[in-house]
Design a protein around this ligand. Structure first.
Ligand code: RB5
Length: 145
């Protein structure tokens, strides 16, 4: 899969580890930064990664900040992006199965790296359940308001 990954300063090493694991698993990963521990603004990096999803250059985006909250709020402001903030394998599974989330947000200060990796793997593997499409159409309609 073609993936974008991004983080802020609170999650740099976390992102680098996930990026390397994803590449090791055979995914094509575009690293959208940040690339240092200097304080930065997570909306800039959420935007960089989600733009690639919007344009079709990437299939999905993985977003990591301290809590995952800021990244998810920013990503969900972008047209067509459904970003799920997850903290467990089950929420990651449902983000794919029920919400067809193309962006996954996680908090480096909230969950262990091993859990985050399990979340990402589950989210990538889980198929969408078409019976939920009606709700996604209603979410898309909310973008007009
Ligand atoms: C940065 O200190 C922190 O606010 C950020 O990583 C994130 O947790 C925001 O939601």
């Amino acid at each position: 899969m073609r993936l974008a990954i991004a983080c802020d300063h609170a999650a740099l090493s976390y992102k680098e580890r996930l990026r390397d694991l994803l590449r090791g698993a055979g995914h094509q990963v575009t690293d959208c930064g940040t690339d240092s521990t200097a304080s930065c603004d997570y909306p800039d990096f959420a935007q960089a990664a989600c733009r690639l999803v919007q344009s079709g250059e990437c299939d999905r985006a993985v977003l990591i900040c301290g809590t995952g909250i800021g990244m998810s709020i920013a990503a969900n402001k972008m047209t067509g992006i459904r970003c799920a903030l997850v903290h467990s394998v089950e929420t990651a599974r449902l983000a794919a199965a029920h919400n067809r989330a193309q962006a996954l947000a996680m908090g480096a200060r909230v969950i262990e790296l091993a859990t985050a990796w399990s979340c990402v793997q589950t989210w990538l593997a889980e198929p969408f359940e078409e019976r939920h499409q009606r709700r996604l159409d209603k979410i898309a309609a909310l973008e007009q308001h």
